[in-house]
Design a protein around this ligand. Sequence first.
Ligand SMILES: NC(=O)c1ccc[n+]([C@@H]2O[C@H](COP(=O)([O-])OP(=O)(O)OC[C@H]3O[C@@H](n4cnc5c(N)ncnc54)[C@H](OP(=O)(O)O)[C@@H]3O)[C@@H](O)[C@H]2O)c1
Length: 231
Amino acid sequence: MGAFDDKTAIVLGGTSGIGLATAEMLREGGARVIAGSRRECELGGIETVQIDVQDRAGLQALFEKHQGFDYLVNAATGGKRAIGPFLEMDLDGFQGSFAKLWGYVNSVRLAAPLMAQDGAIVLYSGYPARKWRPGVLAIGSVGGAVEAFVKLAAHEIKPVRINCVCPGLIDTPLSPLEGDERKNYYQKGTADHVIPRAGTPEEVAAGGIFLLENEFVTGTIVDVDGGAIIA
Ligand SMILES: NC(=O)c1ccc[n+]([C@@H]2O[C@H](COP(=O)([O-])OP(=O)(O)OC[C@H]3O[C@@H](n4cnc5c(N)ncnc54)[C@H](OP(=O)(O)O)[C@@H]3O)[C@@H](O)[C@H]2O)c1
């Protein structure tokens, strides 16, 4: 018996990195998993759907198709992110970074009324929400908004639960760097963290799985960050 036998999960951003790891862990637990993102792809044992989290009509149709589904996970980065010093930052770029928040909000607003009453939602924020580092003011502001949204939305969508995992620096395809450049980026970026290495997508996804499974948690942020925030 798997922990997720007879459950159906929709995982947006479920074709790469943290979302893919979450989708795979749900499938290993026995769930029927539908992984959605913009790309066309095939994943063993996981159904895939091409969907843009900015496409509200598309999301509505997807959720209606699977009405009564148990879990929504959204790990979609949502669009372009602005990185760099705030005082040199293009303000349209800063504003555009909020595509992640809008994708999350779209999915929660449209999914919650169509989910099982004992269903649960997990979103992924990011440690710049609560830890300054050079260049991350825009994505940190987005992460902070995601965390506030989760805490406040918990009241509004009950009895469906909603929680958030806050990842530290995680080795995923989000970084395009390769070889030594990639190794140095993660080494330098985590040198002052309590656990001085990049996390794995599976370590972060395990936080998401906990939040889906434990029926006594809602409006919670679980930090899976190697001690980045307290560093
Ligand atoms: N990696 C880190 O160090 C880190 C740190 C803190 C927080 N996070 C957060 O963790 C989450 C997952 O990140 P990751 O590192 O796993 O990223 P990733 O490997 O780049 O995966 C991102 C996923 O989102 C999908 N996606 C992006 N825009 C989309 C859109 N508009 N509509 C639908 N799907 C979309 C991508 O697929 P398509 O391109 O095919 O659409 C992909 O499946 C993100 O919210 C990220 O901000 C990551």
